[in-house]
Every structure is written in structure tokens, then in C-alpha cells.
Design a protein around this ligand. Structure first.
Ligand code: ZN
Length: 109
């Protein structure tokens, strides 16, 4: 499976589209598609019907649409939006800011 350098709960900045310049939290990643769902970014109004297993009732719902990972940049707490590098730490690969070298926290539980 291809892995993305953007993880769930990361803070990212949007680089393109009508939401350009916005920062938001990553709600979901779709590694096979190379897309991410970012909170409050590319929100579309959707008519939803009540389906089983869904919390929402029928009606109009606002929902984020996935955007390509190449259109977002990870935000470093020190530097802002940055390119991300990788470094091997012990048994696993960690992400580091290419500007300040700080390890990017992975907030996935
Ligand atoms: Zn940095």
C-alpha cells in the first residue's frame, strides 16, 4: 500500500483551489487514491437520504470532499507549511521538517 506523508489529525495548509490558504485538520486519508479529507475545506452541500448505519438524518448536509495530497502541505509548528523529509528512528520511519529538522508528531492513536 502506498503511504502518504500526510496522516490523520495532521494540520495542513491548502495550496490550491477556492480554499487556498486555509489550514485545517486532516480528518481522513485515502492512501490508495492519494487524497485527504481536510476539516472545513472543500465543503459541499449534499442532499442526503437517511441510510441505515448513518447518524445523519435525511436533508441537506455539509460535507468535506477529498483533495489531492499534492494540494496540501504539512504545517510545521515552528516554520509553517513545509516540505517533509523522512528519518529512520529505531524501527520506524518518522517525518521531519525539512526546514528546521524537527520531528513531526504523529497524532494517530
Ligand atoms: Zn520546521
Amino acid at each position: 500500500m502506498p503511504s502518504l506523508n500526510i496522516h490523520r489529525n495532521d494540520t495542513v495548509k491548502v495550496l490550491t483551489g477556492s480554499d487556498r490558504g486555509k489550514t485545517g485538520r486532516v480528518l481522513r486519508v485515502f492512501p490508495d487514491k492519494g487524497t485527504v479529507l481536510v476539516e472545513h475545506v472543500r465543503v459541499v452541500k449534499k442532499t442526503v437520504s437517511s441510510k441505515q448505519g448513518q447518524r445523519t438524518k435525511g436533508g441537506i448536509a455539509e460535507q468535506e470532499s477529498p483533495i489531492n495530497v499534492s494540494n496540501v502541505m504539512l504545517v510545521c509548528p515552528n516554520c509553517g507549511p513545509v516540505r517533509v523529509g523522512f528519518k529512520v528512528e529505531g524501527d520506524h520511519k518518522v517525518r521531519v521538517c525539512k526546514k528546521c529538522g524537527q520531528t513531526m508528531p504523529t497524532k494517530v492513536k
